[in-house]
Design a protein around this ligand. Structure first.
Ligand SMILES: *Cc1c(COP(=O)(O)O)cnc(C)c1O
Length: 431
């Protein structure tokens, strides 16, 4: 595959942007390739600046559940854009999108829009601490909640592939001193902490990705989320579901609908912006009303609730709430998953596919992943090889081994079959 233009632009970008990218995981670290420079996207495909067309399973890291440049999103956004792009004054579309989401998700009474998932989880923590007047936060190892200080502790793949030992330099000890870490899916250890550790009463909140996606897709084991709900309720801590990835991705009610758990606060992002910078934190009014201007927990944003971005979210939600949307999306995801599983079996490859809803990960070199420790034992070299093999075939998967792959309603069965066959060919040649 010729990538002359990509390489030239990347070289120039490196002179003026650290590492040539505005988010580290785009840099293709450890893959032995210079990164893609994309020119456009349509449906389930992207085209790079050299004219190479690739079937896209990264989908901007999750937001594009309708695929690229969906016609009704483009039309709605264009209409909104023509009326002005930002006011710093409340607009009707904010109220309409808020009402739609609050009606769709039973655990929400109110919602506040922000511009990134990072801001959403940062706000949720501040709100939890302000509401409970307690200092400590529990975070699960391998879960990623964005890049603000308090939660950048043993956080997911983008971080681990760059800096396997530490979290990040530049975070002072005080910022993470009240962040307690437990292993994802370790029901017994967390229950025991809540039942016998004197610090349990100082916990403001547990924040969790209800289906972990940032160490690759790792579903919660039966009883894990239920335990978090029971124990937080018992000690008066809040349960925060970070559904930035899973919200509107694993179902219309997100992971909380799928597993039947009512969190106190929920963070959204990705899909709710339909490819634009939108995220949110929502929950019970009694908690949410502690936010300024009603309450004393401060939060703000010049572009929060931006009307163009709100319209993209609105148009996206209008599509995904149509009857049959998720059935069709999940059927297509399962088609891909089953075919990959069949070729793993046939070739006796040491690998596994884990999936929930329309997110999946093909882990190489491991048979099951339940937590970060198991995710960390994936075969990185084999992954780099597979990534390059698929790229040559015209298939783009997320450029790191412990990431979620996504499907959209735009993915065709022809492209899914083609992808499954390419993966099968990779296994045949590489086991
Ligand atoms: C992507 C992600 C975030 C961070 O969102 P940004 O918009 O990148 O700041 C937070 N939590 C989860 C679960 C995510 O997947």
């Amino acid at each position: 595959m010729l990538r002359v233009q990509s390489e030239a632009i990347y070289r120039k970008a490196c002179a003026v942007i650290p590492g040539g990218v505005n988010s580290p995981v785009r840099a293709f670290s450890g893959l032995g390739l210079s990164p893609l420079i994309v020119e456009s996207g349509a449906g389930d495909q992207i085209k790079d600046v050299d004219g190479n067309v690739l079937i896209d399973y990264c989908l901007s890291w999750g937001p594009l559940i309708l695929g690229h440049a969906h016609p009704t999103v483009v039309k709605g956004v264009s209409e909104q854009l023509a009326k002005g792009s930002s006011f710093g004054i409340a607009t009707e579309i904010e109220q309409r999108l808020a009402e739609k989401i609050v009606h769709l998700i039973p655990s929400l009474e109110k919602i506040r829009f922000v511009s990134s998932g990072t801001e959403a989880t940062m706000t949720a923590l501040r709100l939890a601490r302000g509401y409970t007047e307690r200092p400590k936060i529990i975070k699960l190892i391998g879960n990623y909640h964005g890049h603000h200080d308090a939660l950048l502790v043993q956080a997911g793949s983008g971080v681990s592939s760059l800096n396997p030992l530490a979290t990040s330099k530049g975070i002072h000890a005080g910022a993470i001193a009240d962040t307690l870490l437990f292993s994802f899916n370790d029901t017994a250890a967390i229950r025991s902490f809540f039942q016998s550790n004197p610090m349990a009463g100082q916990v403001a909140a547990v924040i969790v990705e209800p289906v972990a996606g940032n160490m690759g897709v790792v579903p919660p084991e039966p009883g894990f989320l239920e335990m978090l709900r029971e124990e937080t309720l018992r000690v008066g801590a809040l349960l925060i579901f970070d559904e930035v990835m899973t919200g509107f991705r694993v179902g219309l009610q997100g992971a909380q609908g799928l597993y039947g758990i009512n969190p106190d606060l929920t963070c959204f992002g990705k899909v709710i912006g339909g490819g634009f910078p939108v995220a949110a934190v929502g929950g019970k009014a009694a908690i949410m009303d502690h936010l300024a201007p009603l309450g004393q927990v401060y939060q703000a944003g010049t572009l929060s609730g931006n009307p163009v971005a709100m319209r993209a979210g609105w148009e996206t939600l209008c599509q995904i709430e149509q009857p049959g949307f998720y059935e069709d999306l999940f059927r297509k995801t399962e088609l891909l998953v089953k075919k990959i599983q069949a070729s793993i079996k046939k070739t006796h490859a040491k690998a596994c596919v884990q999936h929930v809803g329309s997110m999946l990960t093909l882990f190489l070199g491991v048979e099951q992943v339940r937590n970060k420790q198991e995710a960390a034992s994936v075969d990185e070299q084999q992954f780099a090889k597979m990534f390059r093999f698929l790229l040559e075939k015209g298939i783009y998967i997320p450029p790191a081994s412990q990431e979620a792959w996504f499907l959209s309603s735009a993915h065709t069965e022809v492209h899914i079959d083609f992808t499954a066959e390419a993966i099968s060919e990779f296994f045949e040649k590489n086991v």
